[in-house]
Design a protein around this ligand. Sequence first.
Ligand code: PNS
Length: 166
Amino acid sequence: MAGHDGTVVCPGSYDPVTNGHLDIIGRSSQAFERVVVGVVNNPVRKERTLFTAEERQAFIEEATADLPNVEVRVFSNLLVEFARELDAKAIVKGLRAISDFEYEFEMAQLNRKLDPGIESIYMIASPQYSFLSSTGVKEMATFGGDVGDLVPAPVAAAMAERLGER
Ligand code: PNS
């Protein structure tokens, strides 16, 4: 990726961040100079998030504290605009299964239409995380399932507390 400062954006709702997200963020931090994790403020697809944008940001900051080239920011605008603001030339996302493909294919085409200068790069999920989603983790936690292996410890604790309040 010659000709720019090597910044990429890893965008998502991260409600909450999972070990699968952290795998993609960690691998991105090895492959690229600077990784900005973009936490979308108000996800379009979701009715209401379990955690506020600031909470979601803080969980990721804590979990990536040992990765010096990773920073976490909240964004409320178009992803390509956010990427431009950061001087990022690419968006990096994880792909778990064929079921992710159709949605991501559409997103990548829309983003290309909005800004052909921002590339979309897909990283194949590590096999141990190919089943993992924030939605699945929330459902498990809602019914008292153990999510300790699937999310960072502070996230598991916060989910138990937040879901217990409901
Ligand atoms: O983790 P998710 O929910 O799959 O992440 C979705 C995300 C944040 C990548 C997407 O909702 C997004 O890019 N939102 C910002 C608005 C935007 O630019 N949408 C795509 C072009 S229309």
